[in-house]
Design a protein around this ligand. Structure first.
Ligand code: SF4
Length: 365
């Protein structure tokens, strides 16, 4: 093992082997594992019941590089946006969203994003790198501390809907969700975790084959290819027909339904014709639909080439939802939270990060 190995990239079997190699008693492996994944350790020094000499040997042999909370901003509605600094100087954002029944954490899976969805501030940033599983779990535990500080309660739900496309960081998404669910991890129920994808067809099939335990949400936003191509370039290589086939495979294999996320954009996808198209698309998929209020993104975000969309009126949103329900599709409208601090859906973007220039759009799915 080289000294460039991050300790949280090691499996329990590898940790046991390392502990043996360092001449420590076998039970130290379990203690160390608990500090890394259950007890929110943020430094070697913080692992207080491990002997100092053991910690020093670990620090010589491995790296331990947790995220650091750099900034928090609190919205008038109680939403808290956090900026986290990575060991290599980048910033990712996560959000705590309080509602009467839940304390939901929205976390990031990548630094930036390669998918360039036109309604999303993160899509204006360059993709720098994937976050590793430890960095993803750190967002949950750091925001859990904030939940305890402001609300005296632990977080209840986790959504992978922040910066980045989780299924293009597949290994870390799977590993981090397992650590969040595991009894020797954070011990949260699998039904409390939702992973949201822009619709990476081959990875949705892989999720089904691998028996993913979390709930899956799909950012749909348009139910015809021509419109979806315009706002989500990923659709050009993962079209709606292929997406539906993958989702039907997923629901059959996992016996779980999926959630379609649909941002209502005034005059673009919010008419009753659009609702009809959505019904035709969704009616043979086991699903429910979340209709999302659009949140304007700051034209100045990282010098982006922002071209504005507008939010649908409440009347159009209600009519759209009622139409879906009249056709037997479960639908609800998700109201925006944290809009005043740019913490709402689609608004996450570290404003000092490098932006994508025209002609630099990358789609790797
Ligand atoms: S919506 Fe998601 S996949 Fe699309 S650009 Fe934003 S972060 Fe990336």
């Amino acid at each position: 093992m080289s000294t460039t190995t991050d300790i949280r990239n090691l499996s329990l079997v590898e940790i046991k082997a390392l502990v043996a190699e360092l001449g420590e008693k076998p039970y130290r492996a379990k203690q160390l594992w608990e500090w890394l994944w259950q007890k929110k350790a943020r430094s070697w020094e913080g692992m207080s019941d491990l002997p100092k000499a053991f910690r020093e040997k670990l620090a010589e042999r491995t790296l331990f590089r947790p995220l650091v909370l750099a900034e928090e901003q609190r919205s008038v509605d109680g939403t808290v946006k956090c900026a986290f600094k990575t060991w290599d100087g980048h910033v990712v954002e996560g959000v705590l969203i309080p509602t009467p029944k839940r304390l939901t954490v929205c976390i990031s899976s990548q630094i930036g994003c390669s998918l360039t969805c036109s309604f999303c501030a993160t899509g204006k940033l360059k993709r720098i790198r994937n976050l590793d599983a430890g960095e993803i779990v750190d967002q949950v535990t750091l925001i859990d501390d904030i939940a305890l500080k402001y609300y005296k309660k632990n977080v209840t739900n986790i959504v992978y809907m922040g910066m980045g496309e989780p299924l293009l960081n597949y290994a870390s998404t799977m590993q981090s969700s397992e650590r969040i669910i595991a009894q020797d991890g954070l011990g949260m129920g699998s039904r409390r975790i939702t992973v949201s994808t822009a619709g990476i067809v081959k990875m949705i099939r892989k999720l089904a084959e691998d028996g993913a335990r979390f709930h899956l949400a799909v950012s749909l936003h348009a139910a015809n290819d021509e419109k979806r191509d315009r706002i989500m370039p990923i659709n050009e290589q993962n079209n709606l027909k292929e997406l539906k086939e993958a989702l039907r495979f997923y629901t059959r294999e996992t016996r779980k339904d999926v959630t379609f996320e649909y941002i209502l954009l005034k005059g673009f996808n919010d008419s009753l014709d659009d609702a009809q198209e959505l019904v035709r698309y969704a009616s043979d998929v086991d699903c429910k639909v979340n209709l999302i209020e659009y949140n304007p993104i700051d034209p100045g975000t990282s010098g982006s080439d922002f071209k504005g969309f507008e939010r649908s009126s409440d009347a159009a949103a209600d009519a759209f939802m009622r139409y879906l329900e009249s056709k037997g599709i479960t639908a609800r409208i998700r109201r925006s939270r944290g809009r005043d601090i740019d913490a709402a859906c689609g608004q996450l973007a570290n404003k000092n990060a490098p932006a994508v220039k025209e002609g630099e759009r990358v789609m790797k799915a």
